[in-house]
Design a binder for this molecule. Structure first.
Ligand code: PLP
Ligand code: ZN
Length: 559
C-alpha cells in the first residue's frame, strides 16, 4: 500500500505522519492523500467481490498500511434505502437514503473516526484532543476505546447531556465549554498545543476526508446494483453509476469534501463516466448558522463568520467555515452543486415527515438535509427523474421536547390492587387512552394515488380522522353522513364532478358551512373560476400539497 500526501497549495509531496500537519514547503494545512491510481484501477474491481461490505473494502484507497481487525466494528457498508413514500409526495421517482444511522455509533462520523483512529494507532499515538458538536466525539471515543487511545473531548454546553454521557461512558474526558463551537475549537487547540497532543483538525484532517470519501464509493456500487452497469462509463472499468444529486446537511463541510474526492477519484480511475457524472452536491445549512449559504448566494469566494449561531440544531453550528467554504464552492461550481439553508422549523417538520412516512428516525441535523430536499424539489431544481441520494447522517438524539411538544404520550396510571379489582381498573384506564376527537377531513378524488398522497401528507403532519370517496356521488353521500370539518375536493371526476358536488353541498343548510379546499390538476377557465367564486376557501394545484400553504390552510380551516 502506498500513498503520499500532496499539498493543495504548492503540490509538494511528502510521506504521511499524523503529527505533521503543515506542508514542509509552504506551511499550508490543506493537504490530501493521493494513491497510485493506475495500479488500483487495475487491481481493485477484481478483489471487491470477495470483500465484506464495509469501508475497508476500499483499503487500497485508505491512508493506512494495513487493516487492523481489532479496531473494526462494521463501519461503513450502510444500506441505500429507496424512499418510495417521500418520492411520491415530492413527485420524484428516485429518492434514496444513505442510512448512516446504521453505523456503530449511529452517525456518519464513524467513518472518519474509524480511519483516523486506525492511522493514529499505526503511528503509535496514545492521546488526542478533539472539539466536537457531539457526534465526532462519540465516534472518536468509541474507536479510541478499542485502540487504547485517550481522548479529550471538548464540547459546547449545548450538546445534549445524553450525548455527553455517552462520550464519558467510553472513557473519554469530557470538557464542557460554555461558548460557541468556534470558541470551543480554539480552547481545544490551545490545550493540545500546550500538552503536545495530537489535535483533530476538522476538515483539514487527511484521514477524516479519506474516511468520508468511502460514502461515494458505496453509493456508486449500490446504485449499480439497483440500476445495472452504466453504459456510458469506460468499457474496461466496472461501470459504476453515480447519482444526479447528493444531499447532505453540513456544518464544517467535511462530508461533502470527502464525498467529492471519492467521485473524482472514481472518475480518474475510469470506474464511472468520464465527464458530467460527478453528482451535484447540495450542502444544506441551518438558517441560524448559514455562513456558506450567505456567501454562495452573494457569489463570494469567502464566507464571513456567523459569530452567534441562532439554531437549536447544535450539530450544525459551525459559524466559521474558513477555507472549507472556498474548497467546496469551487467543487460546487464545477459540478452544478449548491448551498441552501432551511429553518429549524422546516428541519423539525422534515424529521416528522421522515419518521412517519419512511419509518426513519433521524436527528434534527440529518432532517435538515431532507428539508433541503423538499425545498429543492418544490423549486424544481431537483427534477422528477433525478437520482437523488440524501445522507441520513445520524440517529435521533433527544430533541423530542422541541420537536414533539409536551403532549406526545398518553398517560395511564393504574389504580392500586386494593382500590379496585385489577381487571376493572385496567379497562377503565385503557378507555381513557382512546383518541380524542381528531379533526375530520373528507378527501374526494377519483385517482387513488392523489388520495393516498393527500392522506399521507396529512397523517405525517398531524392527527386527523380521514374519510375518502372516489367519485362525486359517493363523496356527497359521505359528506352528508359524516359532516366532516373540512372537505378536500377534486373537480374532474366521473359520475358527478366537483362543481356539482359543491352546488349540492351549498344548497343544503346542513352542509353549506363545511369549508372546502379544491384540488385541481388543470388550469381553470375564467368561467370555471367564476363558478367557484365564494364557494370554496382555497384552490390548490395538484403538486402543491407539500407546500406550507396547504398545511396552514388545513390548520386554519379546521380550527
Ligand atoms: C457532523 C454532522 C453533520 C455535518 O457534517 P459535515 O460534513 O462535517 O459538515 C450533519 N449531520 C450529523 C448527524 C452530523 O453528525
Ligand atoms: Zn505546500
Amino acid at each position: 500500500m502506498s500513498f503520499s500526501v500532496r499539498c493543495m497549495d504548492c503540490g509538494h509531496l511528502t510521506a504521511y505522519h499524523p503529527n505533521e500537519i503543515n506542508c514542509p514547503q509552504c506551511n499550508s494545512q490543506w493537504r490530501e492523500a493521493i494513491y497510485d491510481y493506475t495500479e488500483i484501477a487495475k487491481a481493485l474491481p477484481g478483489v471487491l467481490a470477495g470483500r465484506s461490505f464495509d469501508l475497508w473494502r476500499y483499503q487500497e484507497l485508505l491512508p493506512i498500511a494495513r487493516v487492523q481487525p481489532a479496531l473494526r466494528m462494521g463501519e461503513g457498508g450502510t444500506p441505500l434505502i429507496r424512499a418510495t413514500n417521500i418520492g411520491t409526495m415530492l413527485g420524484c421517482n428516485n429518492i434514496f437514503i444513505k442510512d448512516e444511522r446504521q453505523g456503530p455509533s449511529a452517525s456518519f462520523k464513524d467513518r472518519q473516526a474509524a480511519v483516523t483512529i486506525a492511522a493514529l494507532k499505526e503511528a503509535g499515538i496514545t492521546e488526542m484532543v478533539a472539539a466536537s458538536t457531539g457526534n465526532v466525539a462519540i465516534a472518536y471515543s468509541a474507536y479510541a476505546a478499542r485502540a487504547g487511545i485517550k481522548l479529550w473531548a471538548f464540547v459546547t454546553s449545548l450538546v445534549p447531556a445524553v450525548k455527553m454521557r455517552e462520550i464519558a461512558l467510553y472513557g473519554s474526558q469530557v470538557v464542557k465549554v460554555t461558548g460557541s463551537y468556534d470558541q470551543v475549537k480554539k480552547i481545544a487547540a490551545d490545550f493540545a498545543s500546550q500538552r503536545g497532543l495530537y489535535l483533530d483538525m476538522g476538515a483539514r484532517t487527511i484521514t477524516s476526508v479519506e474516511g468520508m470519501k468511502t460514502i461515494a464509493y458505496e453509493i456508486a456500487e449500490q446504485l449499480t446494483l439497483e440500476f445495472g452497469r452504466d453504459r456510458l462509463a469506460p468499457a474496461q472499468g466496472p461501470g459504476w453509476r453515480t447519482p444526479d444529486w447528493y444531499v447532505q446537511a453540513i456544518s464544517g463541510g467535511l462530508g461533502p469534501i470527502g464525498v467529492t474526492k471519492g467521485f473524482l477519484e472514481m472518475r480518474q480511475m475510469g470506474f464511472i463516466g468520464a465527464s458530467g457524472t460527478i453528482p451535484a452536491i447540495a450542502c444544506i445549512q441551518a438558517d441560524g448558522c448559514a455562513p456558506m449559504v450567505h456567501a454562495w448566494k452573494q457569489n463570494l469566494d469567502d464566507a464571513s463568520p456567523v459569530v452567534n449561531p441562532k439554531t437549536h440544531i447544535e450539530t450544525l453550528a459551525t459559524g466559521t467555515p474558513g477555507r472549507a467554504y472556498k474548497i467546496l464552492r469551487k467543487k460546487m461550481l464545477e459540478a452544478n452543486g449548491l448551498f441552501e439553508s432551511v429553518t429549524d422549523e422546516e428541519a423539525f417538520r422534515a424529521m416528522h415527515v421522515l419518521a412517519k412516512m419512511e419509518g426513519i428516525s433521524a436527528e434534527p441535523a440529518s432532517a435538515a438535509a431532507f428539508a433541503g430536499l423538499f425545498k429543492l424539489a418544490h423549486a424544481g431544481i431537483i427534477k422528477p427523474d433525478d437520482v437523488v441520494v440524501v445522507n441520513c447522517t445520524g440517529h435521533t438524539m433527544p430533541a423530542e421536547p422541541l420537536v414533539l411538544g409536551s403532549s406526545w404520550a398518553r398517560n395511564v396510571v393504574l389504580p392500586s390492587q386494593e382500590e379496585s379489582p385489577q381487571e376493572e381498573g385496567l379497562l377503565a384506564a385503557l378507555s381513557r387512552i382512546a383518541p380524542d376527537r381528531f379533526p375530520r377531513i373528507a378527501i374526494v378524488d377519483d385517482t387513488a394515488d392523489a388520495r393516498r398522497l393527500i392522506r399521507r401528507i396529512l397523517q405525517s403532519q398531524g392527527e386527523y380522522t380521514l374519510f375518502e370517496a372516489s367519485n362525486g356521488r359517493e363523496g356527497l353521500e359521505l359528506i352528508q353522513r359524516e359532516h366532516p370539518d373540512l372537505l378536500i375536493l377534486d373537480l374532474m371526476m366521473p359520475e358527478m364532478d366537483g362543481f356539482a358536488v359543491l352546488d349540492a353541498l351549498k344548497a343544503d343548510p346542513e352542509t353549506a358551512q363545511i369549508p372546502v379546499i379544491v384540488s385541481t390538476a388543470k388550469e381553470l377557465t375564467p368561467g370555471e373560476k367564476g363558478r367557484l367564486q365564494g364557494q370554496i376557501h382555497a384552490l390548490m394545484q395538484k403538486g402543491d400539497f407539500m407546500s406550507d400553504e396547504f398545511l396552514e390552510e388545513v390548520k386554519s380551516l379546521i380550527r
